[in-house]
Design a protein around this ligand. Structure first.
Ligand SMILES: *[C@@H]1O[C@H](CO)[C@@H](O)[C@H](O)[C@H]1NC(C)=O
Ligand SMILES: *[C@@H]1O[C@H](CO)[C@@H](O)[C@H](O)[C@H]1NC(C)=O
Ligand SMILES: *[C@@H]1O[C@H](CO)[C@@H](O)[C@H](O)[C@H]1NC(C)=O
Ligand SMILES: *[C@@H]1O[C@H](CO)[C@@H](O)[C@H](O)[C@H]1NC(C)=O
Ligand SMILES: *[C@@H]1O[C@H](CO)[C@@H](O)[C@H](O)[C@H]1NC(C)=O
Ligand SMILES: *[C@@H]1O[C@H](CO)[C@@H](O)[C@H](O)[C@H]1NC(C)=O
Ligand SMILES: [Zn+2]
Length: 486
C-alpha cells in the first residue's frame, strides 16, 4: 500500500481503485460463500473402517502404509470398543460416541418387543429408520450445522436417520470394489467449494470376512492383511493425486478384532434346553435368548450353570461396566461364550474359524487405530483409548458441538496437534463461517479513508486528475484474478 501511494505520484485515484477493487470483490464473494477462504479452510475429516482389522495385524506382516500413517500421525495401541463387539453396534458407536444400550443398535440381529419387529443385517429390515432413531450420527449433525457429509457404505449411512440421508452416499452394495468407493468419496471431497463434503465415512468388508472363514491364526491371513495395506496405499495415493493428502484428517480404524475358534469348542444349547421354550434372537458368541411366555425362570435355570465355557445373565444382572442393559432390544437372557467358544443349538449349520462379539476387554477384540492430518500430532503412540472417545474428537476437529455422548475429549486430546485448532463453539453448533468479514470491512474503511485523504491532499497540492475509468480497470483486473486463485 505504501509503495503504491509513493509510486503512483501522478495517479492517486488509480492507486486507490487498485487497492479497493480486489478487496470489494473478495468481500462480496465471501458474502455469497463462493471460494471464500473460510469455506476452503474448513477442516476436512475422512473416517475409514476396515471391518475386523485387529489392532495387532499391523505388527504381524509388513504394512508400510499403516506404518507411514503412524510416522506421519498417531497410533493408539489399545482401543476398547463397545460391547457387544459386533459390526453394527460398533460402527454406530464410532459415529455417535454412545454405548449400544443408548444408541439402540444393540446387535447385528435384534428383536424390538414394542415395534414387534426383527432387525437383521442380512435383510432390508435395516432400512427401517426406527431402529436407528435412538441416536443421531455425526454425518447428520455435520449437515445440521450447514456442512456436507459423504458416505461410502458405512453401516446405517444409506438409511434415513433423524429424517435425513447423508448429503452424498452410496447405497450398500457389497460388490462395489474398494477402489470405486474411494474414487467416489474423493470426488465428493474435491467438488467445488459449495458442494464439497467435509466429513466422509468409508467402509470395507475385509479383513472381517477372511478372518471368519480362515481364522485369524491362519497364515493365509497374512496375504489378506497385506492386501488391506495395499488398499490403504491406494487411498493415500488417490488423496495425494487430488491434492487432499495434506488437507484431510484421515482416521483409519475398525469396529472390532477377531479370535480363533475351534470345532472342539462348541456349546450345544439343545443339550440343555428345548428350543420350543425360547426364541434365538442374536448369534454367537453373545446370544440373545427370548424365553417364550411364562418360561423365563425355566429357561434361565436350565442354562445358568449348564456349561463352564459360557456366562448366562439375566438382563438385569449384566455387569454395569458392559453398558449393555438399559434397552428393550436387549433380550431377557444373555449368554456370553468364553473366548474361542461357539454357541450353537446343535452342530449342524455353518461353523466359522474366526469370530468376534466377545467381551470388549479382550485384546483380541480390539481394533486398529491410526490417524494423520493437520489436526493430529506426528509420530505419536498412545497406549489406550475407548472407541466412544472418537466421537468428541471428531466433533472437535470439525468444529461441531457434540450431542450428549459417552466419550470424553479430555481422554484423547493428546492425539491432537498442539497448535491451536478451531475451538469448540459454545452456543451455535458451528463456528460462524464469515467471522473475518468484519475485519475485511474495517480494513476497507481504513483504506478508503486513507485513499481519499491521499486523493484530497494530491488534488489540493498538485491539482491534477488522471483519466480514471480506463486505467483503473487495467490495473485492478490482474490483481482481482490473482486473488481468486489463492
Ligand atoms: C407380532 O407380529 C407377528 C407377525 O410378525 C404377529 O403374528 C404377532 O401377533 C405380533 N404380536 C403382537 C403382540 O402384536
Ligand atoms: C432429530 O434428532 C433431534 C435430537 O435428538 C430430535 O430433537 C429431532 O426430533 C429429530 N428429528 C427427526 C426428524 O427425527
Ligand atoms: C452392485 O455393484 C455391482 C458392481 O458394481 C453392479 O454390477 C451391480 O449391478 C450392483 N447391484 C445393485 C443392486 O445395484
Ligand atoms: C440340528 O438342527 C437342525 C435344524 O437347525 C435339524 O434339522 C437337525 O435335525 C438337528 N440335528 C440333530 C442331530 O439334532
Ligand atoms: C470381561 O472382562 C472383564 C475384565 O477382564 C471381566 O471383569 C469380566 O468378567 C469379563 N466378562 C464379562 C462378561 O464381563
Ligand atoms: C451415555 O450417554 C447418554 C447420553 O448422554 C446417557 O444418557 C447415558 O446415561 C450414558 N451412559 C453412561 C453409562 O454413562
Ligand atoms: Zn465387523
Amino acid at each position: 500500500m505504501l509503495g503504491c501511494t509513493l509510486r503512483g505520484g501522478s495517479c492517486p485515484l488509480v492507486c486507490l481503485w487498485a487497492l479497493l477493487l480486489p478487496l470489494v470483490s473478495l468481500h462480496s464473494l465471501n458474502q455469497h460463500g463462493h471460494r471464500g477462504r473460510d469455506v476452503r479452510d474448513h477442516p476436512k475429516l475422512l473416517l475409514v473402517s476396515f471391518d475386523g482389522f485387529r489392532w495387532d495385524y499391523v505388527d504381524r506382516v509388513p504394512t508400510p502404509n499403516f506404518h507411514a500413517l503412524m510416522d506421519e500421525g498417531v497410533r493408539v495401541e489399545k482401543v476398547e470398543n463397545t460391547y457387544i463387539t459386533k459390526t453394527f453396534p460398533n460402527h454406530y458407536s464410532l459415529v455417535t460416541g454412545l454405548y449400544a444400550e443408548t444408541h439402540g443398535i444393540v446387535a447385528n440381529e435384534m428383536y424390538d418387543p414394542v415395534l414387534n419387529r426383527s432387525f437383521s443385517m442380512e435383510t432390508d429390515s435395516i432400512y427401517d429408520p426406527r431402529w436407528w432413531d435412538e441416536a443421531v450420527p455425526l454425518w447428520v449433525t455435520n449437515q445440521r450445522a450447514g456442512q456436507r457429509s459423504g458416505a461410502a457404505m458405512w453401516p446405517g449411512s444409506d438409511v434415513e436417520i433423524n429424517g435425513t440421508y447423508p448429503t452424498r452416499y452410496l447405497p450398500y452394495n457389497a460388490s462395489v470394489p474398494f477402489e470405486t468407493r474411494v474414487e467416489q468419496i474423493i470426488e465428493w471431497f474435491s467438488a467445488p467449494d459449495e458442494e464439497a463434503v467435509d466429513f466422509g465415512v468409508l467402509y470395507w468388508e475385509e479383513p472381517d470376512e477372511s478372518g471368519h472363514n480362515l481364522g485369524p491364526e491362519s497364515s493365509l491371513m497374512d496375504v489378506v492383511i497385506v492386501n488391506i495395506d495395499e488398499k490403504l496405499g491406494f487411498l493415500r495415493n488417490e488423496l495425494r493425486k487430488a491434492g487432499l493428502y495434506e488437507k484431510v484428517n484421515l482416521i483409519v480404524t475398525s469396529d472390532h478384532g477377531m479370535t480363533q475358534l475351534s470345532p472342539d469348542k462348541i456349546i450345544e444349547l439343545d443339550v440343555y434346553v428345548s428350543r420350543d421354550l425360547y426364541t434365538w434372537v442374536d448369534k454367537s458368541p453373545v446370544v440373545g435368548i427370548l424365553p417364550k411366555e411364562g418360561h423365563f425362570e425355566d429357561v434361565y435355570s436350565k442354562l445358568a450353570d449348564a456349561n463352564p465355557h459360557m456366562m448366562v445373565y439375566k438382563k438385569v444382572e449384566v455387569p454395569e461396566h458392559l453398558h449393555y442393559k438399559h434397552n428393550i432390544r436387549i433380550m431377557p437372557i444373555i449368554i456370553e461364550a468364553q473366548e474361542g467358544w461357539t454357541v450353537m443349538q446343535n452342530r449342524t449349520g455353518r461353523f466359522m474359524l474366526g469370530n468376534h462379539g466377545y467381551n470388549n476387554s479382550l485384546p483380541s477384540m480390539h481394533p486398529v487405530f491410526v490417524a494423520r492430518g493437520p489436526a493430529f500430532r506426528q509420530d505419536y503412540v498412545k497406549t489406550s483409548m475407548r472407541s466412544v472417545d472418537l466421537y468428541p474428537l471428531m466433533c472437535h476437529i470439525l468444529s461441531l458441538r457434540p450431542l450428549p455422548n459417552n466419550g470424553s475429549l479430555a481422554n484423547v486430546r493428546d492425539l491432537l496437534s498442539p497448535e491451536p485448532t478451531t475451538p469448540t463453539p459454545s452456543v451455535p453448533a458451528r463456528v460462524p463461517s464469515y467471522s473475518y468479514a468484519p475485519a475485511v470491512g474495517s480494513l476497507l474503511g481504513v483504506v478508503m479513508v486513507l485513499g481519499f485523504l491521499v486523493v484530497y491532499i494530491r488534488q489540493v497540492t498538485l491539482k491534477q486528475l488522471p483519466s480514471l475509468p480506463l486505467r483503473s480497470r487495467e490495473m485492478s483486473q490482474p490483481l482481482l484474478q490473482e486473488d481468486l486463485h489463492l
